[in-house]
Write a protein that binds this ligand. Structure first.
Ligand code: MEV
Length: 313
């Protein structure tokens, strides 16, 4: 049996603006993982199994848009090989879907890693190749992803990311003082693709206004990177607050996200913002050991369906 996993992620600065070429910072959520398992069956086909969703399908019979089939096809195309018979591929995930934590990219990376092992030593995939293949899968589903999700998830380290052609800028960022984040889930599912598409429509209708907001987000990501390198956590918190305000101006926040962000700040967080596509999903709050419990309590009292912590650095 082959097993491979991949983590979730949070965006510290720059979601949405990153799609338009501005810098962004993201970090893996290492304890929240997607898992892919491959077992040889010897059968003349491939069983695709998603026990969490109660779904099972046969590769040769599914719609090409089936998310697991799409990953297998992308890997087959890249490797110039057939992966169409003789095994079952099962996927489970602790990362809630459509919640801004990178569940789609994590599933892609876990499956690509498992398929790379299944193909054998001669064809192992580098991290860069794994990320690139996951990006291709993201493009099938999301239209215009920036590439930040597949990158932070495949590299499993905090990254400074700028979308560029032909290659993005990917640099690990320095964390002088480790961060503790509290992550709060609104419980509202929101498809990143839809929100990214809506931002694109608004940007087309008023490019001047949206470019200015994206510029502000890019500046905050650069300042955030400097604050992280200097270990200036209170500055970092203020920058996160400012990033949330930019996301409000972009219309990607929601009453539930704003409520949780405000509750975290009242609970003593150094700063808080939505994380990911927005309109639902999760928010993050920067806390200290002294404020962590109060912030978690405040988030639950404000309606978070789930809260947990994650460390960066
Ligand atoms: C999603 O995690 C981040 C977005 O900026 C979309 C993307 O970068 O592809 C909203």
């Amino acid at each position: 049996m082959i097993e491979a996993t991949a983590p979730g992620k949070v965006i510290l600065f720059g979601e949405h603006a990153v799609v338009y070429g501005r810098p962004a910072l993201a970090a893996p959520v290492t304890h929240l993982r997607a898992r892919a398992t491959i077992e040889e069956t010897g059968a003349p086909d491939v069983a695709l199994i998603a026990p969490d969703l109660g779904r099972q399908a046969i590769l040769s019979q599914v719609n090409p848009n089936n998310p697991l089939a799409a990953i297998v096809r992308v890997v087959e195309q890249y490797c110039g090989c057939s992966l169409s018979d003789g095994y079952s591929l099962s996927v489970t995930s602790a990362i809630p879907i459509a919640s801004g934590l990178g569940s789609g990219a994590a599933i892609s990376v876990a499956v690509i890693r498992a398929l790379a092992v299944y193909m054998g030593d001669g064809r192992s995939l580098s991290t860069a190749e794994t990320s690139q293949l996951a990006y291709e899968v993201e493009r099938l589903h999301h239209g215009t992803p920036s590439g930040i999700d597949n990158t932070v998830i495949a590299y499993e380290q905090p990254v400074y990311f700028v979308r560029r052609e032909p290659q993005p800028v990917i640099e690990p960022f320095v964390v002088a003082q480790p961060l503790r984040l509290v992550i709060g889930d609104t419980g509202i599912r929101s498809a990143t693709k839809d929100v990214v598409g809506d931002v694109r429509r608004r940007w087309s209708a008023d490019p001047h206004r949206f470019e200015a907001i994206f510029d502000d987000c890019g500046r905050l990501a650069e300042e955030g990177r400097a604050a992280l390198a200097a270990g200036r956590l209170s500055v970092l918190g203020t920058l996160m607050d400012e990033n949330h305000e930019c996301l409000v101006r972009m219309t990607v926040s929601s009453p539930a996200l704003d409520r949780l962000v405000a509750a975290a700040r009242r609970g003593g967080a150094l700063g808080a913002k939505l994380s990911g596509g927005g309109r639902g999903g999760n928010m993050i709050a920067l806390v200290t050991p002294e404020t962590e419990a109060a912030v978690m309590e405040a988030l639950l009292a404000a309606g978070a369906v789930r809260v947990f912590t994650s460390d960066v650095g």
